[in-house]
Every structure is written in C-alpha cells, then in structure tokens.
Design a protein around this ligand. Structure first.
Ligand code: G16
Length: 550
C-alpha cells in the first residue's frame, strides 16, 4: 500500500452542529470536502499504534462511496483495522455498542439522522469516541479549527474493498511488516444480543402472542434489519407488525423523522378509532430516535422518559434501580418529578446527546432523554430507538395496561407536564437571528411582566457547567420562566441544513387530573400566544404557522 499526500484547499463551513457535520449531498460531493473533514478529525485525534476504527452509516445516498474513502484514509493515517457494518450499515446505537464491545479507538457514523436522503437530500458524518458516545465539543471545535487551515490530506491507494461479505480482507501496510485489515461484521446480531440481555424477551413474546397488535415503522431507514431480527425472529411477531423495513438510499422518498407529521402512515394506522392497533412505534434514519404511540394516543418524548424512569425496575437490566436521570434543558421536567420521588439525582444538560456521556461514564445517571424523540440508558452512549420500543413493550407486558392507561396513571401520580414543540423550519437565517436578538433585548424588561394568567419570573440564555469535567457551554437556548413553573424556550436547531430552524418549546404543569385529558395545543393555547407576542416571530419571519408541531 502506498500513502498519497494530496494537496487541498480548506472549506470554511465544516463546523459540526448538534450532532456532527450535516450538509446537502452536493456539498459533500465537492472535491476533497469529505477528505478534508476526515483528515482534520484524524489530526485532532492523534491516532495511537494498533488503533481500530468502526465505520458504518444509515445507508443513505453517498454512504458506500464515503465508506471507501474513509477506509483508504484510515489506512494512511495509522489505523491497523477498520470494522465495517455489513453493507456499510450500522445504526447509531449499534455503532456505539460495537465501539464499546470491541474496545475500539472510536467510530464514524455516516448519517444526517432524521434529515431527508437521496441525491438532493442530506449527508452527514459524526465521530464517536472510545466510550461509544458522540465526540465532545473540545474535539469538534478543534476539528473545525483544523478544517479551516488544512493544506493536504493522506490517503492510500487501496482498491475498492468488499463491504458486503462478512469476514476479513488484509492488505500489506505502508510500512513493512504491517498489515491493514478491513473486517466486515454482522452488527445486527451483536445489537440483538445486547437487547435480549436487557429486556424480558419471554414476557414480550407472550404479550405479542396474546393478540396484542403492534406496528413498528422503520421509515425505510436503518432499523429495518434490526427490527426483523428482534421482533420477528426473536420475539415471534408476525411480519405484518413491521412496515417500511427495507432500507433505501432516499428513505422511500420520505422524511425519516418519527414524529406526528412525517410518520403519517403509522399515525393513520394508530389513530384509526376502533380499528387502531394497541401499540405503534417508529424510528429515524439512523435508528437513534423513537416515537411511541398507543391506540389513538401520542406519548410525548418527555413523558416517555418519565414513564420509563418510573417503571425501570420492571425491566431485568434495571431491576435494582437506576442511579440517576438526565434530560436536555428543553425536555419537560416530568422526569424530574419521578427522580424526586425515587430520591435519585436529575441533571439538566444542553441539547445534544454528547452532554450525557460524562454523567454516564461517572455512573451518575442510568437513563437519559431528550424532547427530540431520544431516550436511552448507559447500555450504550447514544440514544437508542429500538431500545425504547422494547422498554415500552416490556413495561406493557408486565403491567398488562394500555399505553394510554399507563400515561393516565402516571399523570394521576405525578401531575402532567403539558408539553409541545413548535418548529419553524428553513427560515432565512437573518430573520431567525433577529427573532432571537429581539427576545434577548427584553431580558431585563420581561421579569415581573404579566401576560394573561402568567407572570415572567426570569429569562436567560442557558449555560451548562459540566459537573464531571468542569467544562462550560454557553448560549444553549433562551428560557422564559414563569412564576408558576411554566416556561417557554426558544432555540435555533443545530441539525438543519437549510436556512435556520427555530424551535419553540412550551411547558405548563397541570396537577388537576380533571384536565389531564386535554389536547396539549388547547391546554397551551395561551402560552403559544405569549411566545409569539414575546418573540414577534410572525412579524419578523412572515411565518404564520409552525412547520411541525409535536
Ligand atoms: C441530534 C442530537 C440530539 C439532539 C437533536 C436535536 O439528534 O443527537 O441530541 O437533541 O439532534 O437537535 P437540534 O434541536 O439542534 O436540531 P439526531 O437524531 O438528529 O442525531
């Protein structure tokens, strides 16, 4: 193998967002674009001898080509082995598991997550460190800095490698006596084994055999093969209980984002009145998000986290209890109420799974979750869509209650944190920035102001002080907190690729069980009006309605 040092010019836009670098496919196809980013990453990491790298993606357009480039660059940058998911496919949680199980140096996941795929869609790349979790900001900041001054990258002259056949291919290394190995692994079995070690598969199997009807929607994305192995082969579900389980490069032309808007096919099935099934779930492009539905019933991700925490001891892996919980700042405080009752700590972090890693490594938290349809535990260092689905099935199998009954009982015990998120997607960046600037300009005048039945207590831009490594992350979202504990959060998304996406998160606590049945949009109507009044969003962006409401 020869190493070729190739001159390159820097790009100025390779700043990783909430979760890696995400751009339109066409941007990634620019000359040396991927290579520059990968080299900046390798230079940041300082690769030790005998380092092993995991590589896989969600199967979207450009995945296979990018994997070949990364293999060739890994060989030229000191890695001695690369583990590839068969066919270049690895879900994000499976990649995290493989990194941990095989104690590798780290891994690259090629995905733009829930963003659309195909030639006109998005592509992405993120790096996970040796604990299996997303690279922390100190790494991604340095990668960005290096990408702005890069002048060359190193690549080897390897031929195209077979990434479809399980087994090893060896190449003579650049240095004599050294070999470089590409190992294609069956990550589906590894992941399914992990799930089987955590949950009560016998109880779930009995539930599924008892006439309980479910539908899992893989949205033409990466979890299809995992779902077939787990639900059909290991849990005895009928193949009818799966939909859209063949991964495709453009996700069947859909938007692999498991929410009420984009998972409309599943939503129709689950909100079909008397004909609705007992349980529905969906996951996203790279398999780390989940949406849970009951019969004609939507479970908000914030409530899902709280219910899982409250019922954790029903699951074999957590039967001895959980150490603590963590949620991102915009996620509702429902899980905090559970933590208080269990007498365990509850942490509030910025948006981004990377902020949970230190807490999990330090053993301070077991379950984590985000309002953005992510929940998981310390079994990996990523959010995990299928894990959440299995957790719910395990809880239902033990409690023998419907999803709605579980939620209603939960609210009766803890009260309900009524919650909704309104997204305004693809707004011109300047308009979005002017909305944020306008709210910030009222930081000193808003406290004490009365809006209908709400009085503002304080407003700030959220900062996080990591209790484990002492790092500080500023500007993590604007909070308008009201005296009764309700709140509005405004935040610009870090995962969009077109203009800016402005998110408004709304939360109000409702202790009165007579009002627990109310639709969140009805219960939060006054707060929605206040959010628009404070932000002047309609006036500044011309948008009269959100793109997505969850
Ligand atoms: C990513 C991160 C999550 C984050 C989400 C939303 O999810 O992994 O931790 O909550 O983005 O981020 P934003 O609000 O900035 O768009 P995913 O599923 O896209 O990788």
């Amino acid at each position: 193998m020869k190493i070729i040092v190739t001159p390159s010019q820097p790009y100025s836009d390779q700043k990783p967002g909430t979760s890696g670098l995400r751009k339109k496919v066409k941007i990634f196809q620019q000359e040396h674009y991927l290579e520059n980013f990968v080299q900046s990453l390798f230079d940041t990491l300082v690769v030790p001898n005998d380092a092993v790298l995991v590589v896989g993606g969600d199967g979207r357009y450009h995945n296979r080509q990018a994997i070949q480039t990364i293999i060739s660059m890994a060989a030229a940058n000191g890695f001695t082995r690369v583990l590839i998911g068969q066919g270049g496919i690895l879900s994000t949680p499976a990649a995290s598991h493989v990194i941990r199980k095989y104690k590798t140096f780290g891994g690259m996941v090629l995905s733009a997550s829930h963003n659309q795929g195909g030639i006109h869609g998005d592509f992405g790349i993120k790096y996970n460190i040796g604990n299996g979790g997303p690279a922390p900001e100190k790494i991604t900041d340095e990668v960005f800095a290096k990408s702005k001054v890069i002048a060359e990258y190193k690549i080897s002259d390897l031929p195209l490698v077979d990434i479809d056949t399980i087994g090893e291919t060896q190449f003579a290394g650049a240095v004599s006596d050294q070999t470089f190995t590409v190992q294609v692994i069956d990550a589906v079995q590894d992941y399914a084994d992990l799930m089987q070690s955590l949950f009560d598969f016998k109880a779930i199997r009995q539930l599924l055999a008892s006439g309980f009807e479910m539908k899992f929607d893989a949205m033409h994305a990466v979890t299809g093969p995992y779902a077939k192995e787990i639900f059909v082969n290991r849990l005895g579900a009928s193949t009818d209980s799966l939909m859209n389980c063949e991964p495709s490069e453009d996700f069947g032309g859909g938007h692999p984002d498991p929410n009420l808007t984009y998972a409309e096919e599943l939503v129709k099935i689950m909100f079909a009145g008397e004909n609705a099934l007992d349980f529905g779930a969906a996951s996203d492009g790279d398999g780390d998000r989940n949406m849970i539905l009951g019969q004609n019933f939507f479970v908000t991700p914030s409530d899902s986290l709280a219910v899982l925490a409250a019922n954790a001891t029903l699951v074999p892996a957590y039967k001895n209890g959980i150490a603590g919980v963590a949620r991102s700042m915009p996620t509702s405080g429902a899980v905090d109420r559970v933590a208080a009752k269990l007498n365990i700590p509850s942490f509030e972090t910025p948006t981004g799974w990377k902020f949970f890693g230190n807490l999990m490594d330090a053993g301070q938290v077991t379950l984590c979750g985000e309002e953005s349809f992510g929940t998981s535990s310390s079994h990996v260092r990523e959010k995990d869509g299928l894990w959440a689905v299995l957790f719910w099935l395990n809880v239902i199998a033990v409690k023998q209650m419907s999803v709605e009954a579980i939620l209603k009982a939960h609210w009766l015990e803890y009260g309900r944190n009524v919650y909704s998120r309104h997204d305004y997607e693809a707004i011109p960046t300047e308009a979005a920035n002017s909305v944020i600037a306008h709210i910030k300009s009222q930081f000193s005048s808003l406290p004490g102001q009365v809006f209908g039945s709400y009085t503002v207590k304080l407003c700030d831009d959220f900062s996080y002080h990591d209790p484990i490594d002492g790092s500080v992350s500023n500007n993590q979202g604007i909070r308008v907190l009201f005296t009764d504990g309700s709140r509005i959060v405004f935040r610009l998304s870090g995962t969009g690729t077109e203009g800016a996406t402005l998110r408004i998160y709304l939360e109000a606590y409702e202790p009165d069980s007579a009002k627990h049945h109310l639709d969140a949009q009805v219960a939060l109507a006054e707060m929605i009006r206040i959010a628009l009044q404070i932000s002047q969003l309609v006036e500044k962006t011309g948008r009269v309605a959100p793109t997505v409401i969850t």
